[in-house]
Write a protein that binds this ligand. Structure first.
Ligand code: TMP
Ligand code: ASP
Length: 245
């Protein structure tokens, strides 16, 4: 599949068009940013690791009946995806209090939520990706009410699947961020990536609040051993996929 023009360069990926207008190519970078790109760095091997983890998770999600943009991974850090228009909404699902939920509500880190919390953030770097209310989301026409109902339902289904999958890897799924896109037939597909960049993942057998972190919080909070943690997540995901199939 020949690659045409660069469509978009984000903080973690570059998106290219291909000869087929229904197919894009995502190139995963090693670049890492945090706090709306105020903190920058590279995590060596991250592009390959995140692409591999995302590819496996999208395939497993497809098997469980959730439609994703994933087509194939032609190179370790590249993913062929169905062309979609990304909704400008970051959908965050939380099972355990961490990050901005603790900062903004005073809930203590590690508090297990009685039921998953689904939140919407406005994907807008200039505004710093603010938390949205449903009314604001509809006011800004970021999605229709029906789309919001559907993506909420899908996000909870993805959560149910991922909790179980990561449990099988000895990992506790604390929270994660999803993005959804609309294809040319107006169908909603799960898009972007699911990786240690976009999830909080804690080693289930480790109680130390710093040692248990296996995700981008190691980079955000300068905890060290970032590459090792990402690599360990990949190895556990590959093992779990092998065991499932
Ligand atoms: P938060 O606690 O900082 O709001 O993050 C919630 C989840 O969303 C966490 O798993 C990290 C993920 N996330 C992203 O994928 N991209 C982002 O830009 C931010 C802020 C969070
Ligand atoms: N990816 C985000 C940024 O740099 C923030 C984060 O993941 O913490 O803007």
């Amino acid at each position: 599949m020949s690659v045409n023009t660069k469509l978009y360069e984000g903080k973690a990926k570059i998106l290219y068009s291909t000869e087929d207008p229904e197919i894009f190519l995502a190139d995963f970078k090693d670049d890492a940013t945090a706090f709306n790109a105020q903190k920058r760095g590279t995590i060596s091997g991250k592009g390959t690791i995140n692409c591999s983890i995302s590819s496996k998770l999208f395939l497993e999600l497809e098997l469980s009946g959730i439609k994703t943009h994933y087509i194939d991974s032609p190179a370790p850090n590249q993913m062929l995806v169905k062309a979609v228009k990304i909704l400008p909404i970051e959908v965050v699902v939380r099972n355990i209090a961490a990050g901005s939920l603790c900062q903004q509500t005073g809930l203590q880190l590690g508090t297990v939520l009685k039921r998953p919390l689904v939140e919407f953030y406005y994907k807008n770097d200039q505004l710093g990706d603010p938390l949205l209310t449903l009314e604001r989301l509809l006011l800004l026409e970021l999605a229709t009410e029906e789309q919001v109902r559907l993506i909420t339902h899908l996000a909870l289904q993805v959560n149910d699947f991922l909790i179980g999958f990561f449990e099988g890897c000895g990992i506790t799924l604390v929270d994660f961020k999803l993005e959804f896109g609309v294809n040319s037939q107006q169908q909603i597909l799960l898009a972007d990536e699911i990786s240690p960049d976009t999830c909080r993942l804690w080693d289930a057998t480790e109680n130390d609040p710093n040692l248990r972190v296996m995700d981008k919080d190691r980079f955000r909070r300068d905890l060290g051993n970032v590459e090792n943690a990402y690599q360990e997540v990949l190895q556990r995901v590959l093992k779990a996929v092998d065991a499932n199939n």
